[in-house]
Write a protein that binds this ligand. Structure first.
Ligand code: HEC
Length: 484
């Protein structure tokens, strides 16, 4: 397949991955709550109907249902927001996913429609319906909300573990991929936990309940957290189903990933420990403040977990199929010959701020800016978070040339460089220009043709040595130990 260049947005000092990630974490948390909240309402309706709880009905008619409404509305809005950000960051990834999962996505949306209609009807008319009708409506809402998780989970987990699909190209293999089940179950448990914790905060905040009523409601809500006992196993199952090199990221291969995983595990363990031993086994009471702290920990666990799930895919957005910078592994060799800047029709932002040569924007710096945008900007900024000029500040030109040429060996979570030697050298010039605070004039390296072609020759040799394949974590550790 030939390379195509799409226009992508520039979020300035904010990394693109973080723009998506930040929104994503918020989206996942509210969506989890909307699912678990529905289940909790079903459970309390059943408790009320069967006379198992005297206060459940008051709880059902209280504020919790407003929160469920707010969460599925914000879940929906941030979901649309995810589409808007993803198409600005990686249209190619989204395009491939839509091609592959077209009808499944349509199915997800029909469930989502059902969720919205049933949820709103239960919110608006619930208290006027018979018990049985209310239960059915709440069950319909919860089922629809869980089913939209079911579908989206298959699509998301495919990105990390396409599994047998790589050979068979069958939709069934893509959807029921190796991490489909552990992550579906894990998310279901997480949804219940978030809902139970938020309910506990509300039970405490609502002034209308007496202390014994509050104790009873808290005890009932705590049961929804019992499945947390399965979380460690589900987590291990998920890790075991992950590709080995991704697993190495979180097992010490990358500081950031390992740290985030530790946060996720630590926060979950605190919440789980309190729920299982304090609330369920010893029937302790929990006050609003403690419940709020635990809900905060659950948010931290969600954030850490999502960060890891997104991060361990590097250098891919679709494992083995598409690198994070929208270049396919099978295109790299050809792009080393042809380059990608010549077919990029989109203007460079702030081109007028580049130094000029003969009244035109400096051609090499302009080319370097394009290479940066195409190949690096998805994970790096020019100035700001993870900025290239910051990372290479102490490197001279030659060191940059060599390391950029061997990008995947430098850090295996980066894809191999996919351009010509000239493009690589232009990128080095561009990064050096940024490092020196964008001076008004910049020399033309082509002014000395002999030195310039010798330089390109050296880059070609390094590119050759690096090869066009992605690297493994293990290799890079060996390189680091051998002393680069
Ligand atoms: C898939 C995401 C991704 C892409 C694409 C990417 N990088 Fe990186 N790069 C990273 C991450 C993550 C780091 C680690 C930053 C850190 O250690 O703080 C990094 C670090 C670096 C470093 C510092 C390495 C060191 O040993 O200190 C350099 C240099 C670098 N990248 C250059 C590039 C260049 C040039 C490109 C484009 C041709 C690029 N990167 C594309 C993710 C990426």
């Amino acid at each position: 397949m030939d390379a195509v260049v799409y226009p992508v947005n520039d979020f300035g000092p904010l990394m693109k991955g973080l723009a998506i990630g930040g929104l994503g974490i918020f989206h996942v948390f509210t969506a989890h709550f909307a699912i678990g909240g529905g289940m909790l309402l079903c459970y309390f309706q059943w408790l009320a109907m069967t006379g198992r709880s005297k206060s459940a009905r008051a709880f059902l008619d209280g504020y919790f249902r407003y929160l469920v409404l707010i969460s599925f509305v914000t879940g929906a809005l941030t979901g649309v927001g995810m589409w808007f950000t993803s198409i600005q960051v990686s249209p190619v990834t989204i395009g491939l996913m839509i091609d592959e999962f077209h009808w499944l996505w349509a199915v997800e949306w029909t469930f989502f429609c059902l969720e919205v209609v049933a949820g709103y009807a239960a919110f608006k008319y619930g208290s006027r319906l018979t018990d049985k009708a209310r239960l059915i409506l709440l069950a319909l809402y919860s089922f629809a909300a869980w089913m939209s998780l079911f579908w989206i989970n298959g699509i998301l987990s495919f990105q990390l573990t396409p599994g047998a699909w790589l050979e068979s190209r069958s939709l069934i293999d893509a959807f029921f991929n190796p991490t489909f089940l552990p992550s579906l179950l894990y998310r279901t448990v997480a949804s219940l936990v978030v809902a139970a914790l938020v309910a506990m905060v509300l039970i405490n905040l609502a002034g209308s309940f007496s202390r014994p009523e509050r104790e009873e409601l808290v005890r009932q809500a705590a049961w929804l957290m019992a499945p947390m006992a399965a979380m460690p196993l589900l987590g291990i199952w998920f890790l075991a189903a992950m590709p080995p090199d991704s697993r190495e990221w979180v097992m010490g291969g990358s500081m950031a990933m390992t740290m985030m995983l530790t946060i996720a595990i630590g926060a979950s363990a605190l919440v789980g420990g309190y729920a299982l031993f304090g609330l369920i086994r010893n029937q302790l009471y929990i006050n609003g403040a403690t419940a709020l702290v635990l809900a905060g920990l659950a948010f931290a666990a969600t954030a850490g977990g999502e960060f890891v799930r997104e991060g361990v895919r590097k250098p891919y957005t679709l494992r083995e199929l598409l690198y994070s910078n929208a270049i396919r592994p099978d295109q790299v060799a050809a792009l080393r010959q042809r380059g990608l800047t010549s077919i990029d029709p989109f203007p460079l932002r702030h081109e007028d701020q580049l130094p000029q040569i003969n009244g035109q924007p400096h051609p090499i710096l302009r080319k370097g800016g394009l290479v940066f945008r195409q190949q690096c900007s998805v994970c790096h900024t020019t100035v700001g978070l993870n900025s290239l000029s910051g990372l290479t500040k102490r490197w001279d030109g030659e060191m940059k040339r060599q390391n950029f040429a061997k990008l995947q060996k430098l850090k295996p979570f980066m894809p191999p460089f996919a351009g010509t030697a000239e493009e690589l050298d232009s990128l080095v010039e561009y990064v050096s220009w940024l490092e020196q605070d964008r001076p008004k004039t910049w020399p033309d390296p082509q002014a000395n043709p002999v030195e310039y072609s010798a330089r390109l020759e050296r880059i070609r040799k390094w590119l050759e040595e690096a090869g066009t394949e992605p690297a493994l974590v293990r290799e890079s550790k060996a390189i680091a130990q051998g002393g680069r």
